[in-house]
Design a protein around this ligand. Sequence first.
Ligand code: HEC
Length: 429
Amino acid sequence: MGALSRVASVGAAIAVGAGLTPAAAEAQAALTYYRDVAPIIRNHCQSCHRSAASNFGTPLAPMPLLSYEDTRPWARAIASKVRSREMPPWFADAPRGVFRNERGLTEAEIATVVDWVAAGAPAGDPAFAPAFAADEVSAAATAGGWTLGEPDFVVRMEEPYVVPDDAFNVNRAVDVRIPEELLPEDTWVRGWELRAGADGPGVHHMCAYVRPEDGRVLTGTTESAVPFGGLLNCIADGAESGLLPDGWGRLLEKGSVVNFNMHFNKEPGPGTSFSSQPEVGFFIEKRPVKYEVITDTLANNGFEIPPNVANYRVGMARTLKTDILVLSYWPHGHLRATAVKYVAYYPDGTEELLLDVPRYDQDWQVVYDYAEPKLLPRGTRIEAEYRFTNTQERGVRRGFDANRATGYGARTNDEMAFGFISYAEPGGE
Ligand code: HEC
């Protein structure tokens, strides 16, 4: 108690010095790290700002914010990033609650953090600290490096692939049959986590697909979007793996093949070689599954963005041949992509904005997960629209050549315009 009031009066002195009214200074001075700020940081920052072995595909931040000592030196940067809403990172405009994994602080939480910093970022009384140990966060978040906990079984590429010194851009697709010991019978899974298993930077993305033994392409009854049939998911910068909601699953047929699709991209040169042995950890679902998840994509691979244009539109669409229950969207573009939207045009003539990402950033490959899966009736036309800015100004910041017309391509310096959707066909079976 004594310690707390001493800290409070130091805070008040600083705040008064900053020209606040005595009443405002009092309110600010009352804010302390342990009581007011630590719970906000725990809930909204530590999933990324923690110390843990780096796993490509997990949005790990440059510095941990696990303790007061970690946080204090960053106080000013924290106030500024929180005020500008750059942290926690989130790119969609949607009413609160639409997406389960949305990030963001309330106005009141922002004010708490900003005022606490203005008051000198006092620690306060550790007795108020939320009941958790900082390293528990790390440990729980990364069991053996898996962010979703220990998987039931892991399928791994048999040999590490070595990306040599002189390589610049390498695409590798490798099939691994799931061994019978791991998958003795058809098995429902409720999630999977992809790991690139790389010992150096240079993995641009990793995707994994599952194909049944007989080679069937797994898509819904809506137009199939080859080559994405059977996609589990992809990881790239800022992407996270997640478990499916209750009642959802995916059937892995005995004898299935996992296709690891790797894209490596680096500057060639001595000492730049690294190896990658990708793996997928699967989580078995023993409870009954009502909805089988399908992931495929709206796509436009035939576009060409002219040199030196801003806000160039690329669209794509599909009309649903059956009702679908949508679980999530994952827009995927590259360096020139600045915004993306998905819109539904319903058979009754009405329309609805499904996803609006006005600040697209390729460094953050976010999957937008509905809190409540959304039913889109048969006959709905889904359109996705990208905006691309191929200008010198953006090119300098992002590292691309804006004097070049650019179309679909696998390199980071080419473009992509994919509107991935994960859904079930509730009427089908
Ligand atoms: C989803 C992961 C994630 C979450 C959640 C998150 N951050 Fe970050 N943060 C990052 C990453 C990655 C970076 C570095 C890249 C960047 O700046 O975009 C970063 C950068 C920062 C920086 C700038 C560091 C510098 O070098 O200047 C600050 C300050 C910061 N975060 C504070 C916060 C605070 C405070 C919260 C919670 C309110 C938060 N972050 C939540 C991932 C995250």
